[in-house]
Design a protein around this ligand. Structure first.
Ligand code: G
Ligand code: G
Ligand code: MN
Length: 306
């Protein structure tokens, strides 16, 4: 239910209903089964959304996107073995727009299909260049559920890798746990296909969704990425430590790798090390970097996925 009040929220019947509708939309977004009173900020949000949706239409053509890379570090071998590609949008007048503000919208409108392929191509081109310089890292690319549901995705992603000449075994696709578990049978089909084609797979934001352990065993995903919400207080909160320890133990027994995201401090790193987690990603080592800066960053490390 969305509620608007005359005369505060609107003066005409049409406007009043529109306001109630906006409020109802918010309830639906928040998971349905509830009610909301209309507020002006809701309207601002809707307008902002519409703007972004419109801007998105031309953003690829205008070359407004770029990709940054966050190093993935093995703290035992002290090497950078991979990097996560994270898209950025530099809008002509609005400046830098964060992915959180446009990925969701682009998924709803279907624009993520084109954007996702653009990111994949750019990321693979940059990775190929690194490989040619002897830095054989894995590149991790975020893939949304909308992309996975697209019938031509597998062929397209294969074609991009082949065209660039990048070995598929150096391309990891990150899919969030929530997306996988939403329709796990369907996800299993497509993930198996991607696995068969030689790509690496990783479950992103692990621990925030509701994983069926039965399915986890069957998924062809090599890596489990522990959500940063569990890492944030890992050095001070014993519950978080226990959760991370349990995820690591489970991953070990299923023969899967783990990486901890959001590792920001020395204390995080030491806590993770003591729990036996050797792969980390986070601000402690580096924030996401432009490819030139990434290259500079890895000069201080061994740089190899093997
Ligand atoms: O750096 P950060 O603010 O970049 O990213 C915010 C969120 O946006 C992350 O959860 C990340 O998974 C998502 N994201 C970043 N780049 C991409 C992308 O290319 N595709 C998809 N689907 N999600 C992305
Ligand atoms: O969910 P995903 O794995 O795609 O997460 C990538 C997001 O995490 C990006 O927004 C990236 O900027 C952010 N990120 C990376 N390292 C850290 C960190 O150490 N702390 C916090 N708070 N965010 C981080
Ligand atoms: Mn990710």
């Amino acid at each position: 239910v969305g509620i608007s009040i005359y005369p505060d929220d609107a003066q005409s019947y049409e406007e009043l209903v529109k306001a109630a509708d906006t409020a109802m939309y918010q309830v639906k977004e928040a998971g349905k089964n509830g009610y909301q009173f209309y507020t002006q900020t809701m309207n601002d949000k809707v307008t902002q959304r519409m703007h972004i949706e419109n801007y998105l239409r031309s953003a690829i053509a205008k070359d407004e996107f770029f990709v940054e890379y966050q190093p993935k570090v093995n703290i035992v071998t002290k090497s950078v073995y991979g990097m996560e590609a994270l898209v950025r949008w530099n809008h002509a007048t609005k400046g830098l727009i964060r992915p959180d503000e446009f990925i969701g919208i682009s998924e709803e409108t279907g624009q993520i299909l084109l954007l996702g392929l653009w990111v994949a191509k750019q990321a693979m081109l940059d990775t190929k260049m690194l490989h040619d310089e002897g830095k054989r890292v894995i590149v991790s690319i975020n893939v949304s559920s909308k992309q996975l549901g697209d019938a031509s995705f597998v062929e397209e992603i294969c074609a991009i890798a082949d065209e660039i000449g990048l070995e598929r075994g150096f391309v990891e696709l990150e899919i969030t746990e929530t997306h996988i578990m939403k329709n796990v049978d369907k996800a299993l089909l497509i993930l198996n296909e991607l696995h068969k084609r030689g790509f690496l797979l990783s479950i992103d934001d692990f621990g925030t969704g509701y994983s069926s352990l039965n399915y986890l065993k069957k998924l062809p995903t090599k890596t489990i990425k522990i959500d940063r919400s569990f890492v944030l207080d890992i050095d001070t909160n014993s519950d978080d430590r226990s959760i991370v320890a349990a995820i690591i133990a489970m991953a070990n027994s299923l023969g899967k790798d783990v990486i901890a995201e959001g590792s920001e401090t020395r204390a995080h790193i030491e806590a993770l090390r003591s729990l036996g987690c050797s792969k980390v990603q986070g601000y402690y080592f580096s924030k996401p970097l432009k490819i030139e800066m990434f290259k500079e960053f890895v000069t201080n490390f061994k740089c190899d996925a093997t």
